[in-house]
Design a protein around this ligand. Structure first.
Ligand SMILES: Cc1ncc(COP(=O)(O)O)c(C=O)c1O
Length: 468
């Protein structure tokens, strides 16, 4: 097959999470090649405009054209574009770590800087194992198991990916990391535990953690990790009580409690961080994505003073790190992005506009029986699609993909998965953009859209992004 080219340049790139044969054959159509951004919009190479309804990969939270960020990056590029944090340091890394400790719950005292969410999670996992390995109490040194929620997404790295409990990962590149186990997620709309619903269910999903710890033997379990709101799984959040129950279970059995706020952090749900209101507090916090407004790769893993203290001395230092940990330009951009997020009160804006958007999308349920549930908080909203509201039967993956294509064809980029469609727009959108989004969703979800599924399937030929 002749090699595809872009402006005469042969296409050698291998895209992440992308079905390359399909992508390559449709390269250049729709929003497959984006060339510029402006505020909440992105443009393709034919200057067609799309609403950035998924903030790229849920990270680009403050919009395009932020001069403050560009200035911070160029200043740092001139001053000190790179210096390592391996046994050395530079001012921006010190400042960023202090800023993160200051704006989080007050429970964290030490910050490991990284480049992406997967690294933030990988860091937390190794931290948890090493923490127990060097416990003063010999009976805790055998703790290595990590419990997570089935269907969660914590990243691509082996440890992070193992947490999902995904059969696909196991089939493609198993065996995955040993010692990881999953409990079913707190998915009230399609509860995997019971039919009677919260609160009658007694929060069976939270009880499952304790049961699993007891079944495995508490002295073998190192940590429990969860996303406060499961993004990829379907913007699924448990009842508030769940956080307290699993936190207390972690305390009771000596597990580290890890909150993965890579997606929810920095205002996405309408709160700066979801876990800052939890009691008990998590012991470790993973951050990424919007930490830099999405402008540069940056992530962080925060730990408590008690954890840090166990890593003192020649034998005990944290044997982990990466070349780009604490990269000065990324750190400078992170500081500037955090200033913008706080100064412009973006969590508050996400809460306000998110409430409006969610309520307008919920209104569509009256005219669109295929909407099973609209859920989420802030600007992290899922539209769960079902063939039949009573049985909650799902559409096929191809059918959901057709809805996605339809929305893209109307100028809205959004995310999709087996259960439906989701919106993660930039945190500074206003009601006007929310109205545009609702207008497009209304057309996309019209019952006609189902009748025309075959026609939509043909639209696959116009778009080729397998994961937006
Ligand atoms: C909750 C959560 N954790 C970790 C990650 C991995 O982040 P990254 O893709 O930056 O490695 C993601 C990515 O979507 C995520 O949603």
């Amino acid at each position: 097959m002749a090699m595809k080219t872009y402006k005469g340049i042969p296409y050698h790139l291998w895209n992440p999470y992308t079905q390359m044969d399909r992508f390559i054959s449709f390269l250049g159509m729709g929003p497959t090649i984006l060339t510029r951004g402006e505020g909440h919009y992105v443009y393709n190479d034919r200057d067609q405009r799309y609403i950035n309804g998924n903030s790229c990969t849920w990270n680009f939270s403050i919009g395009y054209g932020r001069e403050e960020i560009i200035e911070a990056a160029s200043r740092q590029m001139r001053e000190l574009p790179f210096s390592s944090c391996w046994g050395l340091v530079h001012p921006r890394a010190i400042e960023l770590a202090a800023r993160l400790v200051q704006i989080t719950s007050g429970n964290f005292a030490h910050v490991y800087l990284g480049s992406n969410g997967s690294e933030a999670v990988e860091t937390a996992l190794k931290l948890a194992r090493q923490y127990h390995r060097q416990s003063p109490d010999a009976k805790d040194r055998g703790r290595f198991k990590v419990i997570s929620l089935r269907g969660s997404y914590h990243g691509y790295a082996y440890g992070a990916a193992t947490l999902s409990g995904s059969e696909d990962y196991e089939a493609k590149f198993g065996p995955m990391v040993p010692g990881f186990l999953q409990i079913e997620p707190p998915y009230c709309y399609r509860c995997p535990y019971r039919k009677d619903g919260y609160p009658d269910c007694g929060l069976a999903c939270a009880q499952a953690l304790e049961k699993t710890i007891l079944a495995e033997g508490p002295e073998s379990v190192a940590a429990f990790i969860m996303e406060p709101v499961m993004g990829e799984f379907g913007v699924v959040a448990p009842p508030e009580e769940y956080y307290r129950r699993v936190g207390e279970t972690c305390r009771q059995y000596g597990l580290l409690f890890i909150a993965d706020e890579v997606t929810t952090g920095f205002g996405r749900t309408g709160k700066l961080f979801v876990s800052q209101y939890w009691d008990p507090q998590p012991d470790v916090l993973c951050l990424g994505k919007a930490i830099s407004g999405g402008y540069l790769p940056l992530a962080a893993t925060l730990a408590t003073e008690a954890i840090y203290q166990r890593f003192q001395g020649k034998q005990n230092y944290f044997m982990h790190g990466s070349t780009n940990s604490g990269h000065p330009v990324c750190a400078a951009v992170g500081l500037a992005a955090i200033d913008i997020i706080l100064r412009e009160k973006l969590p508050e804006n996400a809460a306000r506009v998110g409430t409006y958007l969610k309520s307008r999308l919920s209104d569509l349920m009256t005219s669109h029986p295929i909407i099973g549930e609209v859920r989420g908080s802030g600007l992290m909203i899922a539209i769960d699609l079902t063939r039949d509201r009573k049985t909650k039967e799902r559409f096929t993956g191809d059918e959901i993909y057709n809805f996605l294509l339809d929305a893209i064809g109307r100028g809205l980029l959004l995310s999709y998965s087996d259960w439906g469609l989701s919106l993660f727009p930039p945190l500074n959108i206003d009601e006007g953009i929310a109205d545009q989004i609702v207008g497009i969703m209304d057309k996309t979800l019209r019952t006609g859209a189902i009748a025309e599924l075959d026609r939509k399937a043909r639209l696959l030929k116009e778009f080729a992004i397998s994961k937006l």
